[in-house]
Design a protein around this ligand. Structure first.
Ligand SMILES: Cc1cc2nc3c(=O)[nH]c(=O)nc-3n(C[C@H](O)[C@H](O)[C@H](O)COP(=O)(O)OP(=O)(O)OC[C@H]3O[C@@H](n4cnc5c(N)ncnc54)[C@H](O)[C@@H]3O)c2cc1C
Ligand SMILES: NC(=O)c1ccc[n+]([C@@H]2O[C@H](COP(=O)([O-])OP(=O)(O)OC[C@H]3O[C@@H](n4cnc5c(N)ncnc54)[C@H](O)[C@@H]3O)[C@@H](O)[C@H]2O)c1
Length: 472
């Protein structure tokens, strides 16, 4: 067998590529990673991380509306430019720590466009060449730009543009799209002082798999804060003028805004990789096709993250990195499990879900039972003035297993982990019921939710177990 320069070459350094490189190095593999842009990919530089930074500020401002009742007076005003600088500092700090960690692990970094010269050879920027036993393609995605809304510097922006460059002047902003980007950024920009015109075709998040009560609650909280989607308002055309942008809507009306933020979807990024030439197949939508082990049609080449999964979340990219590296080290050892990966929306409320929702459970022929508990009278939530939201546990009543969960409200993004780690446990319900919880906390609602499975669905045995069996 020929001796190759590296055990593994990773192309792309977003959450998928970075995590794969680190995991492989920690297992003793020699690793090279290639990045054509900013180290850390979309997630770190212009996605999850800067968004999380702004979301925190937005939540503080939203919470400040309730401070007077607590005896705290005064008003807060956000400054988008200073908020922009704050997220840059966070991003730069994290990026430096990523690079430092890769260096300490002995991962070789190559800056430039990676292309596959043959199935084991990577070329960087048309120059330097190295070989690798395995390859992971983790090249992510790029924004989709509708024909009706072409990108115009300082006027019609993608989220990449917004986080890369200081925000344009002007407060009146159109946010386009009913997906996650639209739902998060309409709220965030409104709290950060913009006058937001949120233009969508459909109701926000109508395809994201959240329950009707979850979406209703989010809509209510957004409305309380003065944010509402204008549905059936897909932009028909845009005209950039000296003053801003004029948008024509389906009813013929024209809206004038200072600038536009696009949340119109993303597409897998395979440009320049030369996948076809080495036999790596893509599907009709351009995603790299992978099997249960994250292998492409060329078995030693793997693909992970946005380039291979239409779910397009960092959570999926990170999970798939784990699966790919496990299968490089021990072929066949791990299969992808997309339902076990939590998904989150960070808007006026946090929406989190993992596993199956009721419709998906029923489609799989399961007898779904729902354990529900609201934060309405939860002492911690009331003390935080954040009592909107709930916990819903979806169980299979026949087998007595936990198959999914939804958490809505403050800290949902943290709380969902308690469920995500239980999904593969056949005794998850009794595990949740027997655990001891800190009081007063929001997590206690898991206990209440699991107990409603016992009281309303007759699942006493699955929830409480047979206590006598446990007497030592
Ligand atoms: C505004 C926004 C907010 C988001 N918030 C969240 C969130 O809160 N939580 C969440 O889970 N997800 C979030 N996402 C989605 C998340 O950012 C992506 O799912 C994630 O970044 C995908 O990771 P990845 O590793 O597949 O690719 P990416 O992060 O896109 O990284 C791919 C990298 O590959 C590089 N590259 C591409 N081609 C080549 C090549 N030929 N050679 C060398 N390098 C190459 C690119 O420059 C890029 O750096 C958000 C997305 C956006 C746009
Ligand atoms: N918290 C998170 O996990 C998170 C946050 C942000 C983004 N993301 C990921 O990033 C990806 C991109 O998010 P997104 O919200 O941009 O995409 P999306 O695919 O969820 O939504 C795209 C939106 O654009 C609209 N649209 C499409 N074509 C249009 C056109 N011609 N004119 C006007 N509107 C049009 C669609 O109707 C839809 O509302 C998603 O896959 C998402 O999962 C994840």
């Amino acid at each position: 067998m020929p001796v190759r320069d590296f055990d593994l070459a990773v192309i792309g350094s977003g959450p998928g590529g970075y995590r794969a490189a680190v995991l492989a190095a920690l297992r003793g593999l020699s690793v090279a990673i290639v990045e054509k842009g900013d180290w850390g990919g979309t997630c770190l530089n212009r996605g999850c991380v800067p968004k999380k930074d702004w979301h925190h500020t937005a939540m503080l401002i939203a919470a400040s509306h309730r401070l007077a009742d607590r005896g705290v007076d005064g008003t807060w005003r956000a400054d988008l430019m200073r908020a922009w600088r704050h997220q840059r500092r966070v991003v730069t700090t994290v990026r430096a720590s990523y690079l430092d960690y890769m260096k300490r692990l002995g991962i070789r970094t190559f800056a430039g466009l990676g292309a596959l010269r043959d199935p084991h050879t990577v070329q960087v920027n048309g120059g330097e060449i190295f070989t690798a036993e395995h390859v992971i393609v983790a090249t992510g995605s790029v924004p989709f730009i509708p024909e009706t809304l072409p990108r115009v510097e300082g006027r019609i922006l993608t989220t990449d543009d917004l986080f890369d460059q200081p925000p344009p002047p002007g407060r009146r902003v159109a946010v386009v799209g009913s997906g996650v980007v639209g739902t998060e950024m309409a709220f965030i920009l409104a709290m950060l002082g913009c006058e937001v015109l949120w233009l969508t075709h459909a109701e926000p998040l109508s395809r994201a798999g959240f329950s009707v009560p979850a979406l209703k609650l989010l809509r209510q909280r957004l409305a309380d804060l003065g944010v509402a989607a204008r549905t059936r308002s897909r932009v028909q055309s845009a005209r950039v003028t000296a003053q801003g942008v004029e948008l024509t809507l389906p009813d013929g009306s024209v809206e004038r805004v200072d600038w536009v933020l696009l949340g119109s979807g993303r597409r897998p990024c395979t440009a320049g990789l030369q996948l076809e030439a080495v036999g790596v197949a893509t599907d009709a939508h351009g995603f790299v096709m992978v099997d249960e082990e994250q292998r492409t049609t060329v078995p030693h080449i793997f693909a992970i993250g946005d380039v291979a999964n239409p779910a397009m979340t960092s959570n999926h990219a990170l999970a798939e990195a784990t699966v790919a590296v496990a299968n490089i080290v021990a072929p066949g050892s791990r299969r992808r499990a997309p339902h076990a990966v939590p998904t989150l929306v960070y808007s006026a409320l946090e929406l989190a879900r993992v596993g199956l929702n009721e419709d998906q459970a029923e489609a799989q022929g399961l007898e779904s039972a729902v354990g529900f508990a609201a934060f309405e009278v939860n002492p911690a939530a009331l003390a935080q003035d954040a009592s909107e939201g709930f916990v819903r546990l979806v169980a299979d009543a026949d087998r007595g297993t936990l198959v999914g969960a939804e958490v809505v409200g403050a800290e949902a993004s943290e709380l969902i982990h308690l469920i995500a780690r239980e999904l593969s446990n056949p005794d998850a319900l009794s595990s949740l019921a027997r655990a001891f919880y800190n009081h007063p906390t929001r997590a206690e609602e898991f206990l209440n939710a699991v107990e409603t499975l016992a009281s309303k669905w007759g699942m006493q045995r699955q929830v409480f177990g047979d206590e006598r069996d446990r007497i030592p």
